[in-house]
Design a protein around this ligand. Structure first.
Ligand SMILES: NC(=O)C1=CN([C@@H]2O[C@H](COP(=O)(O)OP(=O)(O)OC[C@H]3O[C@@H](n4cnc5c(N)ncnc54)[C@H](OP(=O)(O)O)[C@@H]3O)[C@@H](O)[C@H]2O)C=CC1
Ligand SMILES: CCCCCCCCCCCCCCCC(=O)[C@@H](N)CO
Length: 351
């Protein structure tokens, strides 16, 4: 093959190539990767915080929603809010369904029961969005083994058991017919919720970063495997969310972690987190984030995970990999300062 030597052809080809690359990377031509109107969606951890905001947002966009959590009272209060949104929607989306299910999802039988109950009430699951989770920050040496187990159950097993059951069900039957067909991608989906913590070391989150990073790794593997079934797998990684969960964890959060979070992260409302994560999901992002700081942390550790906006995200990866050297230096510096102030445990009566 001979390469063209006509400068006009070279020029035009270059412009066309840049245009196509930019369009693909900026997502100009990508269609909605997660339409929700008329679709059956299970949201876990939906009685408060991010999960409730996700359920309300999906309800406002016309989805049938099944909300799952343990505490019935909190579930009932959330259900009232969601039902009010559905009522207000009635002329645009008639016959929207809401199911309310109490289950401790950290036990596999309960997860199976929750899915069965949800499907009996709203229909076959098209999207599962797992938000249930929570942190118990502290120092590793101070935890009881039961604290470490709690974090794994609350964050990892509460998502994995229900996802496992939903994937078994999804793969045993075709996708249900669409009530509101669009030119978007009506592929069925599993959405996990991890955290910015999956991307970066943070003193005080040792019980929590493991299960959250495990969800991210599971997402990478399951995304690949679920290409076999045309099921999308995603994992939201937000920064701090102003939620009842955050209030509770702040009661026991080590001061040094509080300080890092106050300096480096601006907590977002659950509504904003839900909105930005959904936008990223609709663009097809595998690891949706809801803030710039989480986007920067993601860029620094995205590795082989697919990214929408390849050119820009890859440039951001180069920049953030360098920036992170200084960020980590700052955080390590704060820890070393604390060590100096407190003294080593076996020398200062903390042993
Ligand atoms: N808040 C934050 O700063 C951040 C949070 N995240 C993650 O985002 C998600 C939402 O966080 P947030 O809004 O703070 O949530 P909250 O802690 O405020 O609420 C957690 C929800 O999950 C439910 N839940 C907890 N454990 C179980 C269980 N075993 N079985 C069923 N439901 C359960 C709770 O209800 P009930 O107790 O009644 O079961 C509640 O509905 C979590 O996965 C969290 O780890 C990520 C980044 C930052
Ligand atoms: C390239 C630059 C990257 C900079 C990254 C530095 C970020 C530090 C801020 C920490 C924010 C922690 C948010 C998640 C908290 C969480 O998941 C819990 N609160 C759960 O309830």
């Amino acid at each position: 093959m001979t390469l063209p030597d006509n400068p006009i052809i070279i020029g035009l080809t270059t412009v066309a190539a840049l245009f196509v690359a930019t369009s693909l990377t900026m997502g100009f031509f990508t269609k909605n990767q997660m339409p929700v109107a008329g679709r059956n969606i299970i949201v876990t951890g939906a009685s408060q915080g991010m999960g409730k905001a996700v359920a309300i947002l999906l309800a406002s966009l016309g989805a049938n929603v099944a909300i799952v959590a343990r505490d019935l009272k909190k579930l009932a209060a959330a259900a009232d809010e969601i039902q009010a949104v559905m009522n207000a929607n009635a002329s645009k989306y008639p016959d929207q369904k809401l199911a309310v299910i109490s289950a401790d999802l950290s036990e596999s039988e309960n997860a199976q029961r929750a899915v069965a109950e949800a499907e009996a009430q709203i229909g076959e699951t098209e999207i599962l969005w797992c938000c249930a989770g929570g942190a118990n920050p502290g120092f590793f040496r101070d935890y009881q083994p039961s604290d470490l187990e709690w974090a794994m159950k609350t964050n990892y097993w509460s998502a994995v058991y229900i996802a496992h059951n939903v994937i078994q069900k999804m793969t045993s039957r075709p996708p249900p017919p669409q009530k509101y067909p669009t030119d978007g991608n009506h592929q069925r989906k599993i959405v996990f919720t991890s955290s910015l913590v999956a991307f970066c070391p943070l003193v005080g989150y040792s019980s929590y970063s493991g299960p959250k990073a495990a969800l991210r790794a599971l997402t990478d593997t399951l995304r690949q495997e679920c290409l076999l079934y045309d099921i999308g797998v995603h994992c939201c990684c937000p920064g701090s969310i102003i939620s009842p969960g955050l209030e509770t964890e702040n009661l026991t959060k080590p001061a040094i972690l509080k300080k890092i979070e106050e300096e480096d992260d601006k907590p977002q409302t659950p509504e904003d987190v839900a909105k930005y994560c959904l936008e990223e999901l609709q663009r097809g992002q595998t690891l949706p984030v809801s803030s710039f700081i989480a986007r920067a942390a993601r860029a620094a550790s995205v590795g082989p995970t697919p990214r929408v906006g390849f050119l820009f995200e890859t440039l951001l990866t180069w920049v953030c990999t360098i920036v992170y050297i200084f960020v980590r230096g700052g955080h390590d510096g704060l820890v070393l300062k604390e060590r100096k102030a407190k003294g080593l445990p076996w020398e200062s009566g903390q042993a």
